[in-house]
Design a protein around this ligand. Structure first.
Ligand code: B12
Ligand code: SF4
Length: 624
């Protein structure tokens, strides 16, 4: 009789997209044999009892484990073992520690834990069922710790789940118009060693490539099957010459079928020439929208030398970075920056300097400052590393920002940094709040024009302006900005002290967990007049400006309004317009490309403006 297998890889939805489970696809396509029936594959966090009730006499349940589903997986495994004690629960994935010989003491509901790439181990497990499994490489059992995992050198032996039809029965379970998010690999590995990243581990250091013809066939399938969103897992898009060819193929496929709409990549850190060629190709072949990329990332993570040394990362120097950004700006291709806070050796001042550098370099599109998350398999997960750099960790809910709010969701946890040897908790919080105000003002647009004006007219640099604003907010308790500041600060405090979820909801239960700057942007958008008065007050109180009203009015003219029909005209003083916009005129016309905004519900529009299109400067109205 055939043995019964169930596979589980659950994700939180991102917007309305559902994820197809790539890792499970490889495991089954590679290891399937006539002794086993794959009874079902679960991809959503449905109630545990519902999932268990839908299973029948499982012999093995394989659970793909990431930081975003580990608590769920443990609960599901517990429920399965309770109902079917002889069923074997097997976990693999990046969240499974490769270093902990006592791992099973903490996880008695699990029978086997697989380290690193899983295909070969999985094949041997299915063949050796019901065990023993002690001699299989990569397999940790309650009585056996395996040798260091080895990489699969030849990826051609792994069939493509896409081309094998693995996804077909999964997709058939859902309505035809379901919007799918597919993860794809054209290669595995990364040559770099960033300490904060699992993939920086030596294990992943060598590159292994999937054959080109297979990748192109997979892209055909993506177009033909109307896959909306493709998340490419490769760690450095643009690192290889063939990435150009693949990009062109994706663009041609989109032109032919309308899909995929997005090909979301992690850009190569130091291959800017090729990245630029790829981004330019995207722009030239996508006349009617932003193309398949949301912009090109400049994911420096820090520009502070001692930090870069501590995290074993090297970036291009400032001059090179300027050349790169200028080149993109001249072509009108959006780039966006990425920093992480609080990194080892970083201070509030160095964070401010990092942010100022992006502004000085005219990187005006977007800056993302992520909280540092530490997982077991990266270099930063090692106790020696944490000791060396004085990292104090706190365990709290996973950063689920922009995921739909669900009060019944099983909370997932991760470790983030509470303090370092160069930033105590108060400074860590101050850094979080400084980046909140700076990114809100400059990159969500609420004070970008103002910063340019203050620099050109009064020689005040943006980060000084925003730090003065931050301090002014704290003195002015009657303001909307104070309320927003305090809500945000409390949220961040609570994530670090009382296991509160990251993000905040605005529209009640049926909402996203908004990222904090996005949430405040919604509030400022809905209270523009109040915000304008507060900004004027700030400019008068702190800088004694006579023309505060005109400055603020022009600054806000740049920030798109859902209920305004564009274009609009704003009367101003030509000197202010010159310093803020570089246009010496008394009447400035502002236009916005999205003429359908008024027809959309405000909730959906906010999601578009401050979530989905935030990296491509949706907030920005073009002045002339
Ligand atoms: C795609 C991706 C995403 C997608 C999610 C896609 C999805 N839901 O499926 C998006 C963009 C949404 C995402 C978000 C995040 N991600 Co991410 N992401 C990745 C990425 C780039 C690829 C993962 C992947 O599918 N790889 C391809 C598959 C085939 O490889 P694999 O997963 O390793 O699977 C192999 C083995 O692990 C094993 N295996 C896997 N499952 C199983 C199961 C069994 C039974 C067995 C035997 C073996 C096995 O076999 C597989 C084949 O060899 C990785 C980095 C990377 N290059 O791997 C980070 C990574 C997984 N992400 C990571 C993190 C931290 C995040 C975020 C928390 C970041 C943040 N702070 O916001 C968020 C979480 C958001 C949320 N709430 O869900 C970490 C995870 C660390 C951890 N311990 O889990 C990684 C490793 C990157 C890193 N920083 O080191 N991510
Ligand atoms: S952060 Fe990026 S470049 Fe650095 S090791 Fe991880 S995947 Fe590679």
């Amino acid at each position: 009789m055939q043995k019964r297998l169930y596979l589980v890889a659950v994700s939180d939805p991102m917007g309305y997209n559902k994820f197809l489970p790539l890792a499970l696809g490889y495991l089954w396509s590679f290891a399937k044999n006539d002794d086993w029936t794959l009874c079902d594959v679960y991809i959503e966090k449905d109630p545990i009892d519902q999932i268990v009730a839908s299973m029948s006499q499982p012999d093995i349940v394989g659970l793909s484990s990431y930081v975003w589903n580990w608590e769920f997986n443990k609960k599901l495994a517990t429920a399965i073992k309770k109902k079917w004690p002889t069923c074997q629960t097997i976990v693999g994935g990046p969240h499974i520690s490769k270093h902990d010989p006592n791992w099973f003491d903490k996880h008695p509901q699990i029978d086997l834990a697989i380290h690193g790439e899983g295909e070969l181990a999985w094949q041997s497990i299915l063949k050796s069922y019901p065990g023993p499994y002690n001699n299989i490489p990569h397999v940790q059992t309650p009585t056996h710790m395996p040798d260091k995992a080895q990489r699969i050198r030849d990826l051609t032996q792994i069939p493509s789940p896409i081309l094998e039809g693995f996804y077909d029965p999964i997709m058939a379970k859902y309505p035809k118009d379901t919007s799918w998010n597919l993860t794809i690999e054209t290669l595995r590995g990364c040559p770099y060693h960033c300490s904060f990243c699992d993939i920086g581990d030596e294990y992943w250091n060598k590159l292994s490539l999937f054959p080109m013809d297979r990748v192109l066939k997979e892209i055909d399938w993506i177009g033909q099957n109307k896959i909306e969103y493709v998340y490419c897992c490769d760690s450095n898009w643009g690192m290889l010459e063939r990435d150009k060819e693949i990009t062109k193929y994706v663009l041609d496929t989109k032109a032919e079928y309308g899909y995929p709409k997005f090909w979301d990549v992690t850009w190569a850190k130091n291959n800017h020439g090729r990245n630029f060629e790829i981004a330019k190709m995207n722009k030239e072949m996508s006349k009617t929208d932003f193309g398949i990329f949301k912009g090109v990332t400049l994911a420096v993570q820090s520009m502070h030398e001692p930090t870069l040394k501590a995290i074993d990362r090297w970036n291009m120097n400032d001059d090179k970075m300027k050349q790169v950004i200028d080149k993109y700006n001249a072509e009108g291709i959006p780039t966006y920056g990425e920093l992480i806070w609080p990194m080892p050796e970083e201070t509030v001042e160095s964070l401010r300097d990092n942010i100022q550098k992006f502004i000085d370099l005219n990187q005006d599109n977007f800056l993302q400052v992520n909280a540092l998350v530490i997982e077991d398999n990266g270099e930063m997960g090692r106790p020696e590393y944490q000791k060396k750099w004085g990292l104090q960790l706190v365990n709290g809910p996973l950063d689920n920002m922009h995921v739909p709010y669900d009060k019944n969701r099983i909370t997932e946890y991760s470790n983030f940094v509470y303090s370092t040897r160069t930033a105590n908790w108060e400074q860590v919080l101050e850094g979080h709040m400084f980046q909140w105000i700076a990114v809100l003002m400059y990159w969500y647009g609420w004070g970008q024009g103002l910063a340019k004006y203050m620099l050109n007219q009064h020689g005040i640099k943006a980060t000084d302006l925003y730090e003065t604003l931050r301090k002014w907010i704290l003195k002015n308790e009657d303001t909307l900005l104070f309320e927003e500041y305090k809500i945000t600060e409390q949220c961040i405090y609570d994530t670090h002290h009382s296991k509160a979820e990251w993000g905040r909801t605005i529209y009640g239960d049926n909402d996203l967990q908004w990222e904090y700057k996005s949430a405040t942007s919604v509030m400022l958008h809905n209270n523009r007049k109040k915000f304008a008065i507060e900004l004027e007050r700030f400019l008068v109180d702190e800088y004694n400006l006579d023309d505060a009203k005109e400055i603020v009015s022009l600054n806000l003219g740049m920030c798109v309004d859902h209920d305004t029909k564009y274009p609009i005209q704003i009367k101003t003083d030509s000197k202010i317009a010159k310093q803020m916009l570089g246009i010496e005129k008394n009447i400035i016309e502002f236009d916005h490309w999205d003429k359908d905004a008024k027809d959309e519900s405000i909730n959906l529009w906010h999601q578009k403006a401050y979530h989905r299109l935030r990296k491509v400067r949706y907030w920005y109205c073009e002045p002339s």
